[in-house]
Design a protein around this ligand. Structure first.
Ligand code: ADP
Ligand code: MG
Length: 301
């Protein structure tokens, strides 16, 4: 196959590993800088140009679209889909997953366990909003944050009120969430490829921190997940429409709760922790399900 990897930087671990794994398995793999792909959207024959030439002959595309380039990246990916190139994850599913509130709404309508979460616009509604999520301590999250930035733990209702007011004053959309204390600063990353959880790890926040993100100093270790956790992760990825996803789960007193579903999960932490060839498994998945004209949406939003 001829595979495009949409990525801003060929030196990133995940990008490098995907190129390596694809090449090892006999494919031609080309890294395309997402922001340097430009397109003719009005032509009868959809095209993408790159460094002055049209991109041609690709069978599959692996999107590695960073949060800061979601809008443009999804447009480029959609164009690939319109050209009949098979995407590892579809642009609609990626766009969906990038909005934390929208994701939780989609997961909740399918009955997937979630932390109690509230969303409001007016400062007048803050006291009741706090009540709705069972009071303090609670977690406040910026809707489009990543890597733990924009996630705040408020110990008291008074603190929560002022933080929520501050975010609203800055016109920043936030959601308010019950704090799952019993998770003890840990969460479980389930790496889904196709219809399997192919690897999982536990991430533990550093002492004095509740956010387990590796970027915030968290540490990763091996973990055996329960059948219920496995099922929850698979269902969450399916509801989001993602064939490759990093599903983050909190272990609560009343079972697994999905915190978020990542559409471009990093490979470094999971490969280093589990010793698994995750990049190779992703390429094998493409070999099975990909190929020209196998896209379901053809760029339909
Ligand atoms: P981001 O997209 O920035 O990673 P998350 O929603 O994943 O944001 O939150 C970051 C971290 O904060 C999580 O990995 C988890 O350790 C912790 N966390 C988030 N929400 C909760 C919650 N409701 N209860 C307990 N811990 C939480
Ligand atoms: Mg996270």
């Amino acid at each position: 196959m001829k595979i495009a990897v949409l990525s801003r930087n060929p030196r990133l671990y995940s990008t490098r590993r995907l190129v390596e794994a694809g090449t090892e398995r006999g494919h031609e793999v080309v890294v395309i800088d997402t922001l340097r792909a430009y397109m003719n959207i009005a032509s009868h024959k959809p095209q993408i140009h790159y460094r002055g030439k049209p991109l041609e002959g690709f069978d599959a595309v692996i999107p590695r679209i960073g949060a800061s380039v979601t809008f443009y990246g999804c447009a480029v990916l959609r164009q690939f889909e319109m050209m009949g190139v098979f995407p590892l994850n579809e642009s609609v599913a990626i766009a969906r997953s990038r909005d934390k509130l929208r994701s939780l709404q989609l997961l909740s309508r399918r009955g997937i366990g979630l932390p109690v979460t509230g969303f409001a616009h007016s400062p007048d509604d803050i006291p009741d909003l706090i009540e709705m999520v069972n009071g303090a301590p609670l977690v406040i999250k910026v809707l489009e944050g990543t890597q733990g930035i924009g996630v705040v733990l408020c110990e008291t209702a008074t603190a929560a009120e002022s933080v929520i007011e501050a975010f609203m004053g800055l016109k920043q959309d936030i959601m308010v969430q019950e704090y799952i204390k019993e998770a003890g600063g840990a969460d479980i990353r389930c790496f889904v490829v196709g219809d399997k959880v192919i690897a999982s790890m536990k991430r533990q926040a550093k002492p004095g921190e509740f956010r387990s993100n590796l970027h915030r100093g968290g540490s990763a270790s091996l973990i055996k997940i329960t059948p219920e956790e496995r099922m929850t992760a698979l269902r969450a990825a399916k509801v989001m429409g993602l064939s490759v996803a990093g599903v983050d789960i909190l272990r609560s007193n009343h079972g697994p709760l999905v915190m978020e579903v990542n559409s471009s999960p990093g490979l470094e932490g999971i490969e280093t922790t589990t010793g698994k060839d995750v990049a190779g498994i992703i390429i094998q998945h493409l070999e099975k399900s990909g190929g020209p004209n196998m896209t379901r949406t053809k760029g339909k939003g």
